[in-house]
Design a binder for this molecule. Structure first.
Ligand SMILES: [Mg+2]
Length: 165
């Protein structure tokens, strides 16, 4: 339940090969520390990454727990994809809305995010393909900072299991 299906260093490592392997036709994207850093900048390469995958018919939707609509809207405009904010991940409501927007089955949807207990757990509960990314920034907002303490042993354990396979 807490382990991701895939674990990558950055969203830009998610290429068509990885998506095809997992039968993914659409991606739900977290925003904070997945698409933007602490200062709300989108790192180089992410816009291009989205464009390349769009050309390969991958659909996108933003799903953020942030209640700062302006911030989320700005990212959604820049990357030209729909957005949902204040999503209350890991609860299902937001995921169900995003699934409707993508118009895909859950098994064909990948959820990409940097947090185990919101992004990964939410996706796994929905039977979507969970893809954990390393956070862009070391800096976090306070609630996230606390969660990281509990995430660490989960990720450590996950990597150990993966190594054994
Ligand atoms: Mg995040």
């Amino acid at each position: 339940m807490v382990y991701p299906k895939e674990y990558v260093n950055s969203v830009t490592e998610i290429d068509i090969k990885l998506l095809t392997k997992n039968n993914i036709k659409g991606l739900i994207l977290d925003v904070d520390n997945t698409l933007i850093d602490y200062n709300q900048n989108i790192p180089e390469g992410i816009e291009e990454w989205v464009q390349i995958l769009k050309k390969q018919n991958i659909k996108f939707c933003i799903l953020s727990n942030s209640n700062n609509e302006e911030k989320i809207k700005k990212v959604s405009k820049k990357l030209e994809m729909p957005y949902l904010f204040f999503a209350k991940k890991p609860f299902k409501t937001g995921f169900i809305k995003a699934k409707k927007i993508l118009d895909l089955k859950e098994e064909n949807i990948g959820m990409v995010g940097d947090q185990v207990f919101t992004d990964v757990v939410g996706a796994n509960r929905m039977k979507m393909v969970s893809i954990l990314v390393k956070p862009i920034d070391k800096k976090d907002h306070l609630p996230t900072k606390i969660q990281r303490i509990f995430e660490k042993p989960v990720i450590y354990q996950y990597l150990k299991i993966k190594e054994r396979k």
